[in-house]
Design a protein around this ligand. Sequence first.
Ligand code: GDP
Ligand code: MN
Length: 392
Amino acid sequence: MNLHEFQAKHLLAERGVSIPRGYVARSGAEARAAIGRLGGDAWVIKAQVHAGGRGKAGGVKVLNNEDEAADFADSLLGQRLVTKQTDAAGQPIEAVMIEEGLAIERELYLSMLIDRARQRVVCIASAAGGMDIEEVAATAPEQIITIEVHPSAGLQPYQGRQVGFALGLDKRQVGELTAMLQSFYQLFIERDLSLIEINPLVVDSAGSLICLDAKITVDDNAIEVGKQQQLAAMRDLSQEDATEVRAAEHQLNYITLDGNIGCMVNGAGLAMATMDIIQVYGGAPANFLDVGGGTSAAKVTEAFKIILSSPRVEGILVNIFGGIVRCDMIAEGIIAAVREVEINVPVVVRLEGTNVEEGKQLLADSGLDLIPAADLAYAAERVVAAVEQRRP
Ligand code: GDP
Ligand code: MN
């Protein structure tokens, strides 16, 4: 689960980490009031959306005139922001941050995340911070420093100094950075985070380190088991994929992807294998979907409707291995769904396992236009071919 920048900064400030002075506004009037309260002669207006790349997309602006700043904040609210990290529809802007405009001496990059390969929390830093860190990573990886935290020792002060000297900070700044990293690490562990990313971490005109931007991601598992109630309350469903939200309400593990072939599978491993084999035959999956082991006909019906709700889907591959789940029950779900929803894409069904004969019989007797497939490779080949055939 992602947090908004203003929420992330709030968590950082609670730990004594330096952030710019600022307020959240949800209307033009609130924005104007915030500008007045901040005073000064430069204000930064920042769209609050769950996506990076806002600066280049016109979602972050520094203004030196109160009226212009208030008008710009007002103009963002209610719009959608499209950045290189969003889809073509963009993310809705329901809040903006109004911050004091700082004079920036240097822009650095600093993050903390879980490195799965090393099985450690790592801290990544670079003197080449700002908006193009992905490009730095690709073209000048030597400008990126990584340190790993030993899980029982925790983050050590010497590691803070190591990062600080590599960033070319002076003695006082190294002290600030070391304290900042300790705060990050405590927050990271206590709040079950999977990412803290500060880009840029700036050195201001007084030589102090300030987190100008902040992104925090919380481990979904901690939210699901009810471990992080305060963070769970920060969830903003308006920023999430509507189909994924709907699927989660029905306890379906669903992730929207870019392809054209909808997948309905039971078991995460089988779902991954199904997505792979679709690609082997030249197709692209439109989603990941694991309907789960102990599923019901009603859940299968809902899953079908969810898959079909995407205009991108040109064909569906159902791949069920009945171990705990019975194939006849899956067949009932498919039949109910196809009767309920108007379906005009080819549907290939591969059923195997418990009560497979009953399941196949139900599908055959239904009179529905479903394409049966006995094995996975054939099913994938068939759905890709069926989609191709329909192309004008
Ligand atoms: P992102 O593009 O979504 O990552 O948004 P950021 O919060 O990182 O803002 C983008 C850029 O706006 C930063 O890299 C800064 O260059 C600039 N910016 C943000 N706040 C200020 C500020 O207070 N003063 C100045 N001069 N520039 C700022
Ligand atoms: Mn940024």
